[in-house]
Every structure is written in C-alpha cells, then in structure tokens.
Design a protein around this ligand. Structure first.
Ligand code: MN
Length: 204
C-alpha cells in the first residue's frame, strides 16, 4: 500500500489536507464517509486497511436500502490521518472545494469465526473484488459489501458497487444520504447560497 499517488496529486504548501504517514498503531479499524463538494458533489467512502485508507468515490452517497447498488469508483489510498480532515481545499488544488465528515466509526470484517483475523479477511476480499464488512457508525450500521464490477466499463478497473446487506439496520424506504445532513453544514450553506444566486439571476 502506498501513498505516492495521493502525495503526487497534492501540494501540501497549498492544501491543509494531511501529508500523512502509514498508521502502525494496533487499534480498532476505522471507517469514515466524507461529503465532498468539488466540481461535483460526491461522497468519499474510506476503510482503514494496512495503515492507510482504502478509498472509493460514491457519487450518490451510501444507502441503507439493500435495493440500492451505489456506484463506487476506487481512488488512490489516503493517509490514515485523513479520517479527521474537513474544511476547504483551496481553488486550483486537486479536489478543490469543501470536505465535511458525514459519518465515521469502527468496522470489522464480516466473518463467521469471531477469532478470524479481520485484516487478513479484508485483504483477501479486496483482492477478490468482494469485500464484506460490518460498520459501526452513527448513520451507517450493520453489514455492507463492496463488489467489484468486472469488464463492464471498457478499460476501467476501478468500478465497484456499495451494497447494504439485509439486516436489522436495513430499510426498504427510499434512502437519500443528502437528507441526513444538517442545514448548518458548510456545504449546505454553500448550496443554498448558489441556489439563491441563480434565483436572482434576471433573464436578459
Ligand atoms: Mn472526493
């Protein structure tokens, strides 16, 4: 696992994002979902594995409805410290815009044998393109899977689906991650400001 692509894309003199290092502490594995308003609004879903954050960009955001299969494009590994990053990425920089933390918590591999090694199972899942895990977040709870799509998108090799498993945390109702945000969030403030600007645009 390497952070070289992450570092290559960023100028740490300009962005407050962490330059980062590989985490070697042996604590519970963490996950974070960041809501990111860049050129497009999307969610970044990150799972700690091997001391870095494996990362997927999820355009529509996660869902608790097992009927939703949310497109998740795998992107470069991010440093462990990125889990706490929120704020503004200045214009002209990679991912310029606003980042906020939408959900976070700990996670484990989904396993039958409670003594099985989580990281070992997760690594195998990542490699085979079928990653099953259990989230303990504020919003996201219970079993999920990330499943890699094979050979469906031409030469693209980074296309996965994020799917909620049917369990006591699942819902059959329509789930919209955008409705699970606070009005006071910096991104929502910016969105309503932009809406008002558009409303005030007078036709010529
Ligand atoms: Mn992003």
């Amino acid at each position: 696992m390497s952070l070289s692509l992450y570092k290559k894309k960023r100028d740490f003199k300009q962005t407050a994002e962490p330059a980062g290092a590989v985490n070697t502490a042996k604590e519970k594995l963490i996950f974070v979902v960041q809501r990111h308003k860049a050129s497009h609004l999307h969610y970044d879903f990150r799972l700690e594995l091997n001391g870095v954050l494996k990362s997927w960009a999820v355009p529509k955001g996660p869902s608790l409805n097992p009927g939703d299969k949310r497109l998740a494009m795998m992107v470069e590994d991010h440093p462990y410290e990125y889990k706490d990053f929120k704020g503004v990425i200045p214009e002209g920089n990679y991912g310029a815009g606003i980042v906020e933390i939408w959900d976070k918590g700990t996670y484990t591999a989904l396993k039958d044998d409670k003594d099985a090694n989580d990281e070992k199972l997760l690594k195998a899942g990542l490699k085979s393109g079928n990653l099953k895990f259990v989230l303990k977040g504020k919003k996201l709870k219970g079993e999920f899977a990330l499943v890699k799509i094979k050979n469906n998108y031409g030469d693209k090799d980074n296309v996965w689906l994020l799917i909620k498993h049917r369990d006591k945390y699942a819902t059959d109702k329509k789930y919209d991650s955008e409705k699970e945000t606070l009005k006071t969030s910096p991104i929502n403030k910016l969105i309503s400001k932009e809406k008002n600007l558009r409303k005030n645009d007078k036709p010529l």
